[in-house]
Design a binder for this molecule. Sequence first.
Ligand code: MSP
Length: 641
Amino acid sequence: MEKNFYVTTPIYYVNGDPHVGSAYTTIAADAIARYKKTMGYDVFFLTGTDEHGQKVEETAKLKGLTPQAWTDVMAPKFMEMWKALNVNYTDFIRTTQTRHKDAVKKILKKVYDEGDIYKGAYEGKYCVSCETFVPENQVVNENHCPDCGKELRIVQEESYFFRMSKYQDALLAHIDAHPDFILPHSRRNEVISFIKQGLQDLSISRNTFEWGIPIEFAPGHITYVWFDALTNYLTAVGYENNPELFDKFWNHGEVMHLLGKDILRFHAIIWPCMLLSAGEKLPDKIVAHGWWTSEGEKMSKSKGNVVAPLDEVAKYGVDAFRYCLLREVNFGNDGDYSTNSIVTRINSDLANDLGNLLNRTLGMYKKYFDGKVVEGNKFEAIDETVKELYKETLKLVEHHMEKVEYSRALEAIWKFISRMNKYIDETAPWILAKDEAQKERLGTVMNFLVESLYKVALLVYPYMPESAQKIWNQLGYDNLDIREGKIEDIKEWNTLKAGHILGNAEPIFPRIEIEKKEEKKDPLAINEELVVENPIGIEDFSKVAIEVVEIVEVAKIEGADKLLKFKVKTGTEVRQIVSGIAKYYPNPEELVGKKVMAVLNLTPVKLRGELSQGMLLSTEEKKRIKLVEIDNSVKVGSKIK
Ligand code: MSP
């Protein structure tokens, strides 16, 4: 295969700011894009934003903006975040762009011409948050989404369907013939068993809102947002407008989609079926990663435990953040983001292992050879073991990156780094330096060390590009950038020239001191910054006349089963009050004699023909309404102030 590589992230919904979940996939994509470049590939790396759909339309409305204006506010936030995380994408797609609308029209037409779209009616449940149709057998807790837990809506509308069922066998056969089509393999099995339960046709049009791409053959209908969104992977490589690019990256490239496990079914089922119908090649790898929790809990705004990437970057630096995300859990597994494990990793892997190797090497080179590379020629058996391990490391990195196992690739690199630190201890240059006769051997050892760092810089580059560059700078390669295909150049040992002047050692990864645990919050502390919604002044409140009254009679009202008719004694008279609480008091007579609170200066009204001269105050908890009862020692007529 030609050395073309096309990697994508999901396109992110623009409802909220980018968070650690979106940062994770995007950093992972950046790392593999950079890695493939070092392997000599031509790389196209795509990310972007998913801007249509009911959720965006509704959020925009809440913000008082048009959907387009709202997406125009949000899309740049993603671009800024990726810049801060040193993500070097080739293209950023927005589904509201003309090129994308054209591509969606094209694929719809192809699928339609194939006879795979028919008109029907959809009646069922829909999760607006996930933009998904939820079959009845997957609904949880009466009427809630199995994925996000939010309440489902009933949708009943005319709709066009995509004949997905037709591709069930072809898809199963493809998965079977391509073992790495869905990674990791555990997820592959999950997808297979889901398909085997039988694929349903998919509703791919909506006609009860407007924010989407119109369908030419179906006036009044817009494209279902997932059908629209998935097509972005074709749009960006020129499906509709650049046949050469499309041929290069889609038809003759290795195509890899990275995404979270929650959206695997869309990518591993709907998307390949769409492509089969449109007569396009299927992607090579669909790789699903796990889910991050924070300090052991699901992230949520209300718990205040959402990991904000930029805060982490400010605390630890961009490369340490990237490294920890990719190293901490193997891609595919769930992971927990905790300050403790992050700090431990930074201190041990970055500050100790890599940082020390660099500092010790440069420090000794300065001391023994005035910072000038020498060509030692006195080898010992230990040198061979280092070279062997290096070869092995290159192989392992390649193997793991093929399987998209970042953590394992990094583990292999760190094994080599640790070996080199041990090499220092075992060769003990400070002892060699004391003996003039060992000068040649000292030179060889130092050369091995600096050589290993030169190589390590390139090996860590995909994951930590800024640090790689810093290491290279400290090694005296100020203006040298790590070029594509560079792995080829560092395969052999002995790539450094004698006489090369090394730079100065400066710590790249400062140790992080673990902060003292925050003092436990006082559960009775008041919030001094409390913001009150729709505030009123005391003068507003004092306009309401609330008094303690006693219930002296209760009766049901003929023909109005929600209402009860009360006679209550106020401080000065008896009044009649009608209240809609019959459902909560099946034996209303029990209320007689109770003291409750009533608003007495409401304008009297007639409800179902009955005069109501006030309102009884009640509480509502979990949809259960209860009158507010007052202690018997309080006198009828007492004012509530
Ligand atoms: N717009 C769709 C994708 C369309 S792709 C054709 C979408 N967007 S999203 O913004 O909701 O989610 C994007 C990604 O963020 C998903 O891959 C999801 O798995 C990931 N994450 C969101 N929260 C996450 C964690 N807590 N942990 C890891 N990733 C998670 O879905």
